[in-house]
Unconditional design. Structure first.
Length: 336
């Protein structure tokens, strides 16, 4: 039988109350595997790292479904337990993405009653390096479509921005701060390099918007009275196209001031939409670029990305209920 609304909300809260900040997903993976087996699925764990495992579930006799629902089990820190009002469920992961897990399980159950057998793929590591998605991509089950769940306010994403992570490292020479002419400040070099990056015009795409930049981490120096010989910054770009030109422009702008290392990239992707359904642009990065072997991707889920990763993260109960029906409707349209 399908999950009732109360069961949907209860499952969401139970998942939220299980601490699974990256890389501590082992317990929630164990729970989901057991819960899916109890609900009649064939569920198994897919080893990733140590005790960390993805969870893959299909229906008995339907091991190669045409459609797979997927999302992630990990959350960003800090852990925040669940709470509830008449309209909302609060807590870390409530919208990103444990409410989505509950809605996808409920939708899979409901579709089974209509003899449509979808798979479920729940992943570790989305919030950091998509390690779970990369591992899953080595073990596809030849699905035609993958509906990935992220907070999109129940709108289909027409595109998801890519990302480029750059680490800038400046090196100098230590000296007594009373005699700066005897040293060489790595911090001054880094500040100048970041100023040049800030002045760069970033690419734009008319229907998607512009690329963005965030300097997320800065560190360096030894003491306030020492000319610093080391400084480092991590810069995160959100992309609306290929990264080749941007990489070249970054290197040209920084010049000899800093070493530049590009440590991670996810490509910009346009996604399938369906006539009559509202759309949005996902300015955030997802597991989708790392799951190319799991079918043509769609991106859809309850909750607002604007409250994800915040101390007051929540999901509207109404959106959770609507998501179950929406996942079912989209699956039926894709199969037809």
């Amino acid at each position: 039988m399908s999950l009732t609304e109360m069961e949907l909300f209860a499952l969401t809260r139970r998942l939220v109350d299980m601490e699974s900040t990256t890389p501590n997903e082992a317990a929630v993976g164990e729970f989901l595997c057991a819960e899916l087996l109890r609900r009649g699925f064939d569920a198994r764990k897919m080893a990733v790292e140590g005790a960390r495992c993805n969870v893959l579930a299909t229906w008995p006799g339907h091991e190669r479904p045409e459609i797979v629902f997927s999302t992630h089990m990990d959350t960003v820190p800090p852990y925040i337990s669940s709470s509830e009002t008449a309209d909302r469920i609060y807590g870390r992961g409530s919208c990103d993405a444990k409410g989505i897990i509950a809605a996808q399980i409920a939708a899979a159950k409901k579709l089974r009653e209509a003899c449509i057998f979808v798979g479920l793929l729940f992943l570790v590591g989305e919030e950091t390096n998509s390690v779970g998605a990369l591992e899953a991509n080595q073990h596809p089950i030849r699905a035609r479509f993958m509906i990935n769940g992220e907070p999109t306010d129940n709108r289909l994403a027409l595109a998801t921005k890519g990302s480029l992570h750059a680490v800038l490292t400046a090196r100098g020479k230590m000296a007594h701060s009373a005699y700066p002419e005897l040293g060489e400040s790595a911090i001054d070099k880094l500040v100048e390099a970041l100023h040049r990056l800030h002045a760069m015009k970033l690419p734009e795409t008319p229907d998607v918007g512009g690329s963005t930049k965030n300097v997320g981490i800065i560190e360096g120096g030894r003491a306030r009275n020492v000319i610093p010989d080391f400084a480092r910054a991590e810069v995160f770009y959100r992309l609306v196209g290929p990264s080749d030109d941007l990489r070249r422009e970054i290197l040209e702008a920084v010049g000899e001031l800093c070493e530049v290392e590009f440590t991670r990239e996810a490509k910009f992707m346009r996604l399938r939409t369906l006539d009559g359904l509202p759309t949005m642009v996902a300015a955030f990065t997802t597991d989708i670029p790392s799951l190319g072997n799991w079918g043509e991707p769609l991106l859809l889920g309850p909750g607002s990305i604007h409250v994800a990763h915040t101390v007051g993260e929540f999901v509207e109960k109404k959106q959770l209920v609507e998501a179950v029906d929406l996942y079912c409707a989209v699956a039926k349209r894709l199969i037809s």
